[in-house]
Ligand binder design. Structure first.
Ligand code: ADP
Length: 328
């Protein structure tokens, strides 16, 4: 493969997610395989502005495929939102001899990459790393599978205590704007109800469903609530509401928070990261830029970054239907 690109910089940016390390490893190893230099950029755009670079060879990524978080660290960087900040970043990249970038992050990081590419015509490929699964152009983002597995495991444990005490648990999971985590873990953990930002199921329906569940002899109930659910009540207000209208229930709340972001990546996320890393480097060497690597129908694909940012992911209506059937 003949290419103008001789040195690729790789970095993680924005919120971290399990599988980012596996993606770094894949990028570094693909560079080594194709005999292109690779440089790790620490703390995302901040490290670019501060020239926090470290050359990486195949051995520098030993034993990281199984680690959560990101060895390159992640950061949010306001300076990169300014033209001066981006100029500094550009000068540092040129001084280091870096001539293309792989950005592993969410839509904010992709927006930064696009702005930078427009200004300096710098070749960039994105790998979607976020647990929320909210990026258009890929059925899975890195970390979503791991996060849903983590949450299901925790809800299974909560159910043990819920059923021992005949309790109702509201479990709040991540998802301010999108309910992909909530819907999937709700179905996977057998939740009674799933409250998501995309649909307003209404408080009445929640009460009806809980009443039905009590009548049918269920000893415990789990309701999964996405942070941004449309009832407009937060999870503690929901608890108060249900206790007021259905005093028969002893309600508890569990907010999972950052537990959902950590942990060893699942096999699925490791394999996905490896496939995406290979595609990202190969695409740069083929002269492609401004694309995001994704997976669609189990094929690794490229979507223009602009579309990935602007497009919206849709909640899986069929899965909502399945969930409804499961809770009868
Ligand atoms: P995520 O990638 O997880 O969505 P953020 O939204 O925090 O995370 O974005 C990560 C970083 O990307 C920001 O801290 C900033 O440095 C950069 N970025 C985001 N939007 C822009 C923009 N419009 N212009 C330049 N840089 C941006």
């Amino acid at each position: 493969m003949k290419s103008k690109i001789k040195k690729i910089g790789v970095f993680t940016s924005g919120g971290d997610s399990p599988g980012m390390n596996a993606a770094i490893r894949a990028v570094v190893r693909t560079c080594a395989y194709l005999k292109v230099d690779c440089v790790g950029i620490y703390r995302g755009y901040q490290g670019m502005i501060e020239a926090d670079f470290k050359p990486m060879d195949a051995r520098s990524v030993n034993n990281i495929i199984n680690k959560g978080g990101t060895i390159l660290k992640s950061a949010r960087c306001d300076d990169f939102r300014t033209a001066e900040g981006r100029k500094k970043a550009y000068d540092n990249l040129i001084a280091e001899g870096i001539d293309a970038l792989v950005v592993i992050g969410g839509d904010g990081s992709f927006t930064g990459a696009m702005v930078f590419n427009k200004e300096y015509d710098f070749p960039i490929i994105g790998i979607p790393g976020t647990i929320d699964n909210d990026i258009f152009g890929t059925s899975n983002t890195l970390g979503f599978d791991t996060a849903t597995n983590t949450v299901v495991e925790i809800i299974d444990k909560i159910r043990d205590t819920a059923s021992s005490h005949n309790r109702l648990f509201f479990v709040e999971v991540m998802g301010r704007d999108v309910g992909h985590i909530a819907l999937n873990v709700g179905v996977g953990a057998g939740a009674e109800e799933i409250l998501i930002p995309e649909e307003n199921l209404g408080l009445e329906r929640l009460l009806e469903s809980l009443k039905r569940s009590k009548k049918s002899g269920k000893s415990s109930s789990i309701v999964v609530v996405a942070e941004g659910d449309k009832t407009g009540e937060n999870v503690f207000e929901l608890k108060d509401y249900v206790e007021k209208h259905l005093p028969i229930y002893d309600v508890r709340v569990s907010v999972l928070g950052h537990l959902q972001r950590g942990g060893a990546p699942s096999c699925f996320d490791r394999v996905l990261a490896s496939r995406m890393g290979v595609k990202a480097v190969e695409s740069l060497l083929e002269g492609k830029s401004n694309f995001m690597v994704g997976i669609q129908n189990n094929e690794i694909t490229l979507t223009p970054i602009s579309k990935a940012i602007k497009g919206h992911t849709k909640i899986d209506k069929e899965l909502i239907r399945v969930s409804d059937i499961m809770t009868t």
